[in-house]
Design a protein around this ligand. Sequence first.
Ligand SMILES: Nc1nc2c(ncn2[C@@H]2O[C@H](COP(=O)(O)OP(=O)(O)OP(=O)(O)O)[C@@H](O)[C@H]2O)c(=O)[nH]1
Ligand SMILES: [Mg+2]
Length: 420
Amino acid sequence: MKDFVISEAQAETAVLVGLITQTQNERKTQEYLDELEFLAHTAGAVTVKRFTQRVNGPNSVTYVGKGKLDEIRAYIEAEEEAEREIGMVIFDDELSAKQLRNIEKELKVKILDRTSLILDIFAMRAQTANAKTQVELAQYRYMLPRLQRLWTHLERQGGGSGSGGGKGSVGLRGPGETQLEMDRRIILNRMSLLKQRLAEIDRQKTTQRSNRGRMVRVALVGYTNVGKSTLMNLLSKSEVFAENKLFATLDTTVRKVIIDNLPFLLSDTVGFIRKLPTDLIESFKSTLDEVREADLLLHVVDMAHPDFEEQIQVVEQTLADLGCSDKPSMIVFNKIDAYRWVEKEEDDLTPPTRENVSLSELMNTWMARRNDNCIFISAREKTNIDGLRKVLYDKVRELHVQKYPYNDFLFDKYEEEETE
Ligand SMILES: Nc1nc2c(ncn2[C@@H]2O[C@H](COP(=O)(O)OP(=O)(O)OP(=O)(O)O)[C@@H](O)[C@H]2O)c(=O)[nH]1
Ligand SMILES: [Mg+2]
């Protein structure tokens, strides 16, 4: 069963496929494919080619149209002739069982979609028992409705082993169905075991959390790769893993942070991404409980990313899905050191585009939009970190007084210690 999950040697080559539709123009599609390429890179694959097609919506049988699929196949064959093997084709949207099966039949290479690619990265990143269990459950959730594909795969391998009963498919149908049922049962059993395990971990975590004492809890949330862990390290003097790849963080880390003499708990959480199936989010329930139970959310944004505004929307939508819309929160615009803009010539009368907005103009716009409830920093260059500490102090103090009115929370002297 395990080899159904894709994780092969490094430096495989990948071809990306995306659609241009009425709701997703060409620029958007290219941005999504940029992100998909970054995901592929994170998983260890090199992108060699992109295909896009202008359509009304995905084709229910093959995602792209027949002509485009032929074009992709021709490309793969030509590359193979030239001894450049194509390792996989990755589709930007989640494929149905039927689409997967048909595309695989046509292209005869490994087919992934955005979801299975993300799952693959998650599997690679998972460190703790909790994360591993969550990922495995998510993988089975993805696999279960696509089991038939596994069957097709077996059928092809078996190549008419169905005891000479004319056309292979007829003779194979019996054992095939049995196999399918068996696989399904094994998977369902495994899933219920994993769910039990998660429930157990959940109970332990809840106890752990209730033992954490009376401290305000702050959670860093945001799109993947925006600098949450870097900021965590800066504020808590811890050494959480941070790198320029997607989903560097999968496990939640909680640290005690003290600003002046005010202690609180800060947690670093898994990043969000667009087109993340809700099923997958569901598997991360216990990880995301940290977000659900936080008193304050620090929404970290990568201001230097061309799509940061859409990323904000994705994060806000995900928070809403988690039932966290009403929580006190603040936007922390990070990476201001990397923000780039093009100054317009004075005689250039074309309307200014987003690329022409200076950092200070952008800051003013967002300050106005958020009623000053945002701050601009660079975690890498350590710009305005003291400003952030001060704002955090005020907010946490206010929340603390509300939550624990009789708790004398100010410590004269504080011994630093870590909590897990
Ligand atoms: N230029 C610049 N880069 C930064 C800044 N803060 C973080 N980075 C870089 O951004 C990349 C991602 O940082 P992380 O802290 O791992 O981001 P994250 O949000 O924790 O990412 P995930 O855990 O993958 O969701 C790293 O290469 C950081 O060095 C900043 O202020 N400016
Ligand atoms: Mg991180």
